[in-house]
Design a protein around this ligand. Structure first.
Ligand SMILES: C[S@@+](CC[C@H](N)C(=O)[O-])C[C@H]1O[C@@H](n2cnc3c(N)ncnc32)[C@H](O)[C@@H]1O
Length: 192
């Protein structure tokens, strides 16, 4: 079965998949320009789906880097376990808000990047804030939260929790995405 068909079938069974096809490689590359692949890093990915970002990151990251996948959908998590056998990658079938429960103690507060594709617009305000707070607590100071979302709805909760954001837009994707870049510090309140 093609990746796109498998993705669509999972979307039909689970509304939280939120998109009918995987993100385009063009959009993946645009989001990932924010990642410094020349250094070792630890990146947590929320909502990898069938792994379009994951595979790009794995093939570009250094030997010393680590990728921690957090996927709520059981079928996607099982598919990722089958298709990725790389000691640098771990896969967890949990909700993004529970991320801290699967991290080693020393990783909490030391994550370089959190990359998120989960549909925040489906979450009630208090859940959105809870996921953003969980994200803030695992990121290192000056760590980066990157999110691709279908609208600008995340600006307000992100400002509430992180106090800063920049956005970019990728129109040539189904759906078009706003790309959020948010630093884990609060001294650069910035909005674009
Ligand atoms: C829009 S899809 C993005 C999939 C993939 N990253 C891509 O770009 O093609 C959203 C993904 O987030 C997952 N998801 C939704 N809510 C989640 C949550 N609360 N925690 C973890 N994953 C979640 C869905 O199962 C799905 O894989």
């Amino acid at each position: 079965m093609s990746n796109k068909l498998q993705f669509f079938k999972t979307f039909v069974k689970d509304k939280d998949v939120a998109s009918v096809i995987p993100t385009s490689l063009r959009c993946v590359k645009k989001v990932c320009t924010n990642i410094d692949f020349s250094r070792d890093f630890t990146l947590v990915e929320y909502g990898p789906g069938n792994g379009v970002f994951t595979k790009y990151i794995v093939s570009n990251m250094s030997e010393g880097s680590r990728l921690i996948l957090v996927e709520a959908n059981e079928d996607f998590a099982a598919g990722l376990r089958e298709s990725i056998s790389d000691p640098r990658v771990t896969i967890h079938n949990i909700l993004a808000g529970d991320v801290e429960s699967v991290l080693d103690k020393e990783d909490v507060g030391n994550i370089d990047y959190v990359l998120s594709g989960i549909p925040f617009s489906f979450l009630k305000k208090d859940r959105k804030i809870a996921v953003l707070n969980a994200t803030k607590s695992i990121l290192k100071p000056d760590g980066l939260f990157l999110a691709y979302q279908t609208s600008g709805h995340l600006k307000k909760p992100v400002m509430e929790v992180f106090g800063n954001y920049e956005t970019d837009f990728e129109p040539l994707n189904i759906p078009p995405y706003f790309i959020y870049k948010v630093y884990n510090h609060s001294n650069t309140a910035e909005a674009s």
